[in-house]
Write a protein of this length. Structure first.
Length: 329
C-alpha cells in the first residue's frame, strides 16, 4: 500500500549521456552520470544530497524534474510517474515542482526586469491576469525580503545574495510543493549564505515545502536537512537521518567526507584522525567494475571488484551500499 505522506519516490533512476565521435556522429560510449539512484521524500521534508563535484548530484535533480529525460527508471511525484507523461500533462505537473539554480548570475535573464522574471511563470501557465500577476510579484518580493519597488530594476543592479532571492521568488511564483535546491548558496559570500539558508527554512515552515537540497558543504547540509544521501560516481552509497549519518557513518566514503569537516573545538580537532583518500575519482564514462568506490577504498577486497554491493538497510532507516559496513556497527 502506498504511503500518502510520500511526495516523491525515485526508483532506480539512470541518466546516461551519449559520447559521439566521427563525421557520422556514431555513439562510442556513454557518460554514466546517474546510474541507479533510489530514494523517497516525505511531504515537508528536506533530503540533503552530498558528494564531490561531478558525482551526479545536479543531474539527479534535473532528471527528477524531467529537465533531463531519464535513460531508465521511474520518478513518482504525488502519485504520477513523470517518466511516462509528456506534453500538456507534464506541463501541468511542472507547476508543482520548481528549481533554484546554483548560479544567480547565469539563471536570471539580463534583458528582463525583476518583475518580468518573477511574473513569467504566472503568464506561461496562465494562472493570473496582468493585474493579479503584478500583485503576486509584489507579494513574492516581500516574501523573500526584497523591496517591491525593485521590480522595475534589472538583475545586474543586484548583489549575488539579492539575485538568489529573486530566483527563490520566481521558484515560489506557482506555489509549488517540491523544490530542487541545486547548490543554491555555493556561489554566494559566506556572510550571505546563512541568510539564504534561513530564508529557505522560513519558507519551508510557512508553506510546507519539500526540498531536495544539493550541496557539497556538509555543515550547511547538516543544518538544513532531515535526512542525508551521500553520492559517489553516479550512485548513492549511504542514506540515513542527519544525526545518524554525521555521528555514525558506515560507508568508507562517508567517513572520509566527514573527517574533512572542521570542528570548532581545537581539542577535539587536534585528536581527530583525517582520512585522506588516494587516487583520483574515476571517469563516469568508464567506471570501475563492482563497487564504484573500490579504487580509492582503504578496506576494499577482491569481492568488491566482482559485484556491486546491494544498497541495503543495516539499521532502521540507515541504508548503505558496502559489503563490510557491518564492521563499523
Amino acid at each position: 500500500m502506498a504511503d500518502n505522506n510520500v511526495l516523491l519516490r525515485v526508483d532506480n533512476l539512470v541518466k546516461h549521456f551519449p559520447i559521439m565521435r566521427g563525421l557520422l556522429q556514431k555513439q562510442v560510449g556513454a557518460v554514466r552520470a546517474v546510474d541507479g539512484v533510489s530514494f523517497e521524500l516525505k511531504r515537508g521534508e528536506t533530503l540533503g544530497l552530498v558528494g564531490e563535484s561531478g558525482c551526479g548530484k545536479s543531474t539527479t535533480g534535473r532528471a527528477v524534474l524531467q529537465l533531463y529525460r531519464p535513460t531508465s527508471g521511474n520518478v513518482h511525484f504525488d502519485g504520477t510517474d513523470l517518466t511516462v507523461i509528456k506534453g500538456e500533462e507534464l506541463r501541468a505537473m511542472r507547476r508543482k515542482m520548481q528549481m533554484i539554480f546554483q548560479d544567480p548570475y547565469a539563471s536570471l535573464n539580463p534583458r528582463m526586469t525583476v518583475g518580468e522574471i518573477i511574473r513569467e511563470p504566472l503568464i506561461v501557465h496562465k494562472v493570473a491576469t496582468e493585474a493579479e500577476a503584478d500583485e503576486r510579484v509584489r507579494q513574492l518580493l516581500e516574501l523573500v525580503k526584497l523591496n517591491p519597488s525593485f521590480s522595475t530594476r534589472y538583475p545586474h543592479e543586484f548583489s549575488g545574495g539579492q539575485r538568489q532571492r529573486i530566483g527563490i521568488a520566481r521558484a515560489l511564483a506557482l506555489q509549488p510543493s517540491f523544490i530542487v535546491c541545486d547548490e543554491p548558496i555555493s556561489a554566494l559570500d559566506v556572510s550571505i549564505q546563512a541568510q539564504v539558508v534561513n530564508l529557505l527554512e522560513e519558507l519551508q515552515n510557512e508553506f510546507n515545502l519539500t526540498y531536495l537540497f544539493i550541496a557539497h558543504d556538509l555543515s550547511v547540509v547538516r543544518h538544513i536537512s532531515d535526512r542525508v544521501a551521500v553520492m559517489y560516481l553516479g550512485v548513492i552509497v549511504e542514506l540515513s537521518t542527519r544525526d545518524e549519518l554525521y555521528e555514525h557513518p558506515l560507508h568508507p566514503y562517508s567517513q572520509a567526507l566527514l573527517s574533512a569537516v572542521p570542528i570548532p573545538d581545537p581539542v577535539i580537532e587536534k585528536t581527530r584522525q583525517r582520512i585522506i583518500l588516494t587516487g583520483d575519482v574515476p571517469s563516469p564514462a568508464n567506471p570501475p567494475s563492482g563497487c564504484r568506490f573500490r579504487t580509492r577504498c582503504p578496506i576494499a577486497e577482491a569481492k568488491c571488484a566482482e559485484s556491486r554491493p546491494e544498497f541495503r538497510e543495516i539499521k532502521p532507516g540507515h541504508f548503505v551500499a558496502c559489503f563490510f559496513a557491518d564492521r563499523y556497527l
